[in-house]
Design a protein around this ligand. Structure first.
Ligand SMILES: [Zn+2]
Length: 195
């Protein structure tokens, strides 16, 4: 009797170990699922960051340091001397339904050609100025928060890549008599965001 009880006990133990081993194997072969925390920590570019990186990368020849010495901000309303949108290098679009505001670059940036937005007698300034056009008319109301975020991020990124100091970032109206961007453009907020 004691012998058979020992055998039963050993069999039960063996059975338990076998089941345990299979259970462990089953656990190990289950594909590892990333935890929500790991997913959140994975660096992902936002649609805005992606659009800025893609827009800057459209330059057929990456600009050397010193090629561009200033940045000028415009709105899309045609001034008396010509449309700022057509002569700009970068465009800040209106936000989509999901609140994503993206940036694109035009042919002048791809070609690293001077902008055609500043009609100053000596065109030397125009030759080194990156023009950015924000979609909209800001005579009555300011750009959206999303547009201001996109503009600030684009300007900061260009400053960092090209070594352009904050005091070389202008509004079109700082330089000429054109009312561009419109008077509702939040210039103080923009300047603070750049520092
Ligand atoms: Zn302008």
């Amino acid at each position: 009797m004691p012998r058979s009880r020992t055998i039963i006990t050993l069999s039960a133990l063996l059975a338990a170990m076998t089941v345990g081993t299979f259970a462990l194997l089953a656990l190990e072969t289950t594909p590892a699922q990333p935890s929500p925390i790991a997913l959140a920590a994975r660096p992902m570019l936002s649609p805005l960051d992606q659009s800025i990186a893609s827009a800057i990368a459209t330059a057929q020849t990456p600009p050397a340091l010193g090629r561009w010495t200033s940045i000028v901000v415009h709105d899309a309303v045609t001034g008396a001397a010509g449309p700022c949108a057509a002569g700009s290098h970068f465009f800040v679009d209106v936000a989509d339904g999901l609140g994503n505001c993206t940036v694109s670059a035009g042919a002048l940036w791809a070609q690293q050609a001077p902008g055609a937005t500043l009609f100053i007698p000596d065109d030397a300034f125009n030759a080194g100025a990156i023009s950015i056009c924000i979609a909209g008319d800001f005579t009555a109301g300011p750009p959206s928060t999303e547009q201001m975020t996109a503009l600030t991020k684009l300007v900061s990124t260009l400053q960092m890549h090209l070594g352009i100091p904050a005091d070389h970032v202008y509004l079109h109206r700082d330089l000429t008599g054109q009312p561009c961007p419109g008077r509702a453009f939040p210039v103080e907020e923009f300047r603070r965001a750049l520092r």
